[in-house]
Design a protein around this ligand. Sequence first.
Ligand SMILES: NC(=O)c1ccc[n+]([C@@H]2O[C@H](COP(=O)([O-])OP(=O)(O)OC[C@H]3O[C@@H](n4cnc5c(N)ncnc54)[C@H](O)[C@@H]3O)[C@@H](O)[C@H]2O)c1
Length: 390
Amino acid sequence: MCTSLKPTEPSHALRVVITGASGEIGMMISYMIAKGDISGKNELLDLVLYENRSKMKQLKGAISELGTCNLGKVRSFHATDSLMEAFSNADVIILVGGLWAAPGYSRNDLIGVNALEFKEVGLVLSKVAKETVKILMVVEPQNINLMVLSYFAPNLKPCNLTGLSRVDHNRAQTMIARMLQISCDKIAHLTMWGNRSLNIFPDIRHAKIEVCGNLLPAYEAIKDDFFLKYKFTELLQNREADIIKKRKTNGCHQTVASAAVQHIKDWMQGTKPGDWTSMVVISDGSYGIDKGLAYSFPVKVSKQGEWEIVQDLDINYYEREKLDERVNEIKTERMFAYSILELPEAKQEIEKDEECAVDQARATKWSFGHTDPVPCSILGPLEQERLGSM
Ligand SMILES: NC(=O)c1ccc[n+]([C@@H]2O[C@H](COP(=O)([O-])OP(=O)(O)OC[C@H]3O[C@@H](n4cnc5c(N)ncnc54)[C@H](O)[C@@H]3O)[C@@H](O)[C@H]2O)c1
């Protein structure tokens, strides 16, 4: 005979934390996760939504609404303005709260303010993070914020930390799919290298497209080398600004939210067999990228949720240059963040850079000049028409 009227629930639920949860992107991510977009078949969720104290009223309102959506996967909702409380025992942490690149803010403003924020986040994580926690950095610039966080939470290992480069990965995949009038899942082996900036470097040369059951190199399937080499990157770089202008909005919230949720799902359940995705991870020195630098690589994830960098892609001279440009950009921004935080590494890097500058000046005498082999051209009306509807 049943002696209790309380229904039984499994004792374990996945504890997922979202910061900046009452913002545009945080709200969308919360909804997608609450309806089960990242959880396994029978997995329940405890959803912890963190906001600044000044936003608690809005957050509680947002939770009231989510709570009436009949989203079957959620066992509990919890709102908090305490990082310590939010991060304790968390299985997944999605960091969305932070300053964004609103008009009037420079990239350096963004780096400076967010560096101070992620110092605090790192310090709290160093005290309460679970050994197995999965942390996704959504706030820009993801690479720098991730390195700051990791500096102040040295107990976290690279396997705990990733950043979002899936936004541009998804955009590139969708743009190719629309060009060929096929579904996105027919496109594999795309990579966004480095960081998310106006100089994003998409790698289409290694991409494959499924045609009649066979995987063809993208260049062979698309048959427009000029477009792929010289115009695709430019289009991708302008994609966000284009959408924002057309929609008269301040950001591509759906794009970022769905990329973040897909990133977490892949990280928890594994990438598609035979394919990979793009993730910002802490470099182990692969492809000659400095060890310890947060950098977007081709990454595959096992069914057990362990990521690894895809190895042995051949990198040509032009790609090498682009990869190294990204490294230099990230290192310069890291140095700026470290100097705001008055870290000893900033001083050391400045000294090292000064030595390098002297060495370079000496070496210039013997080096021969190199110019970028890719001219950056403006789109012709035909391409604009062709891509206008994407
Ligand atoms: N990875 C990407 O490709 C990409 C693209 C666009 C935006 N973003 C990032 O997404 C983030 C959210 O964008 P949004 O459009 O939702 O902005 P939003 O302003 O609508 O929301 C941001 C939320 O963060 C909160 N917040 C601010 N500082 C905080 C702090 N110190 N701690 C916790 N919460 C804090 C705010 O209260 C606000 O609710 C931005 O920081 C932006 O950098 C990432």
